[in-house]
Design a binder for this molecule. Structure first.
Ligand code: AOF
Ligand code: ZN
Length: 366
């Protein structure tokens, strides 16, 4: 039986419009129909609340519809395991749903086709969505989750505001503001949907950022600074908020009383550079699925050198800064040949007031 594209489209739209941080859960949308009639819909809620499929089943009940013989469309394979909620697969079987359309198989090893097999062995028809565009949208939805669950590493997005000539500040370090107000609002939303915001110590010193998601109730869980030899607690005062502050360093300062409220995590360094992969691994261990790197250019460049950035977002502002001594957007070691350049895919270009917002995925291993 072929899928009803419109029904699946609705499930996809529900998932794509989730605008709260669900980490470490993936966003899922589910709907239930019977003979073309919409009976109920649901989306994933933040832990420990319900998964999408359970919400869709509950919605049918609230709407006084029976789920017997109905069809479910869900953007991700239902879960198999007993986690914070009962397994969705069992709820689907109990509810008498007779057919399930699934966007993508759950890459979580605890699920990974087990639910599909369980549905099939309980006489429920299972179809994987065939439409290529919808399949791709379903895969995109779980991309950070897939990266996190299969590697244990956070999905890293880097954001940079640059002038048309690729500068992130003037020769005196002034950078306020390069991007438009609307672009900066988008960054606030990106911060609120991230588990951790990371900057280098030079950015902390020069920009004095708060890293908070301004005028948004949901804040990043961690504000993270990479600072090999932390020596100036005053600088960290701009970060004070409800988020926890982590400093990755070579050595914890001895005068801890002047660093109240800051957690130090020692990691190895080589040639005066902290082990960035280790820092990200530790954040992954703390269930950080989405992290946002806000600079500076040296940190972003080093992460790119190490293939640790998954997605880039640039806000390009129609201004020229110039100056051989003003900071460039990306530092690091760089490459020798164009053939070694990091390619971007899935490019999106959007006009935001006078800025151009460019977003793309970094294809790490070309
Ligand atoms: C679903 N529906 O809406 C989502 C699923 O920690 P727990 O118990 O919330 O389980 C999270 C896992 O469930 C997650 O790793 C992923 O495999 C799956 N996510 N599954 O049936 C949902 N968000
Ligand atoms: Zn579930």
């Amino acid at each position: 039986m072929t899928e009803n594209l419109n029904d699946y489209e609705l499930a996809l739209n529900l998932a794509e419009n989730i605008s709260v941080n669900l980490s470490p859960r993936p966003p899922v949308g589910a709907i239930i129909t019977n003979e073309g009639e919409l009976l109920g819909k649901g989306v994933t809620q933040p832990s420990p609340r319900n998964h999408a499929e359970i919400n869709a089943i509950l919605d049918c009940k609230n709407n006084n519809f029976s789920t017997k013989g109905s069809t479910m469309y869900t953007t991700l394979e239902p879960c198999f395991h007993e986690g914070e909620t009962n397994p969705c697969v069992d709820k689907i079987i109990e509810s008498g749903i007779s057919q399930v359309f699934i966007g993508v198989v759950d890459p979580n090893p605890k699920v990974n086709e087990k639910s599909i097999n369980k549905l099939l062995s309980n006489g429920i028809k299972v179809n994987i969505i065939e439409d290529e565009v919808q399949r791709k949208r379903s895969e995109d939805l779980i991309e950070p989750f897939k990266h996190f669950i299969t590697t244990g590493m956070p999905y890293v997005t880097s954001k940079i505001a640059i002038s048309l000539d690729g500068k992130i500040a003037t020769k005196t370090g002034d950078s306020k503001w390069i991007s438009s107000e609307k672009s900066r609002e988008i960054v606030q939303k990106m911060r609120s949907l991230s588990d951790a915001i990371i900057i280098g110590s030079k950015t902390l010193k020069i920009d004095k950022p708060s890293l908070s998601a301004k005028e948004i109730s949901e804040q990043p869980r961690y504000k993270v600074v990479l600072n090999s030899k932390p020596s100036n607690p005053e600088r960290y005062l701009t970060l004070k908020s409800e988020s926890e502050i982590i400093v990755f360093c070579e050595k914890t300062p001895t005068d801890l009383s002047s660093w109240k409220g800051i957690e130090f995590i020692e990691i190895a360094s080589k040639d005066n550079k902290l082990d960035l992969k280790e820092a990200l691994r530790i954040l992954g261990e703390r269930n950080c699925m989405n992290v946002l790197v806000e600079g500076g250019g040296q940190l972003i460049g080093s992460l790119i050198d190490l293939n640790l950035i998954n997605k880039m977002r640039l806000f390009i502002s129609p201004m020229l800064i110039g100056g051989i001594n003003s900071a460039d957007s990306i530092g690091g070691e760089g490459i020798e040949f164009i053939s070694q350049s990091k390619k971007l895919t899935d490019m999106e270009v959007v006009r935001v007031e006078s800025d151009i917002m460019v977003t793309g995925k970094v294809k790490s291993h070309v």
